[in-house]
Design a protein around this ligand. Sequence first.
Ligand code: MN
Ligand code: MN
Ligand code: MN
Length: 278
Amino acid sequence: MHIDLHTHTTASDGVLAPRELVALAERRGVRILSITDHDTVAAYAELEGLQTDLRLVPGIEFSTQWQRTEIHVVGLGIRLDDPALNRGIEMQQRSREQRTERIAAKLEKLGLPDPLPAVQAIAGTRAAGRPHFARHLVDTGKVADMGQAFKKYLAVGKPGYCRPEWAPLDEVIAWIQGAGGTAVLAHPAHYNLTRTRLAKLVTAFQEAGGNAMEVVSGVQAPGVTTSLARLCTKHGLLASCGSDFHQARPGGAQPGGYDAIPPSCTPIWHDWGIEGPQ
Ligand code: MN
Ligand code: MN
Ligand code: MN
């Protein structure tokens, strides 16, 4: 595909700096790219003044809450300086920090002395989160590896786990649309929902004013694409696609490296004035 509408950089949990990601996408033949970091648009400031033929669509990936499930919503074509959008981003970042503090308090009670400074040092300029706690648990010899850290402490239901508190679906959609953007339900097949609950989610998303859903998210089985395409057209949503690229890994999608959206769907770019092969 020449269009990739879901990628990450070092502004959140990706490994490539924004300019490195753009260069990789260009090399791979991507012509339209959106960088959609988690609850931040900081990558775009780093791209100011960059000369590129690639068309950049300003984007973000918000975490939200729907019926106790964490759901991600991508915003595309947003005005990056929109005040309400930026207030929303600040709220989300505060929620993330508060969760980090709650996890630290729990781990401290479990015998890990004052973990916060070390965890923040590991995270560096990024928002500290569970992977950084996992690293610290390994560094202090509490567990043998990162996987163990999650299994013993940090995964859902384990003693160091804290539920994140994100803005509800309709609020996040309002931030995106208020900034002139299009709200896209991200990677619907990744929430481990039953078929019935997934249909409920798509209905709720559409009723909350959502515009589109990712029918193709990275490397995915053809059967999954077919059923997502059906859900998408049934609910009158536009279809989006993206690699959800964080870093190169075996079996993972590179920028632009995934199947095309089935022709039964209306692609999100249908009125973006794009011609030729996609
Ligand atoms: Mn991520
Ligand atoms: Mn996501
Ligand atoms: Mn993502």
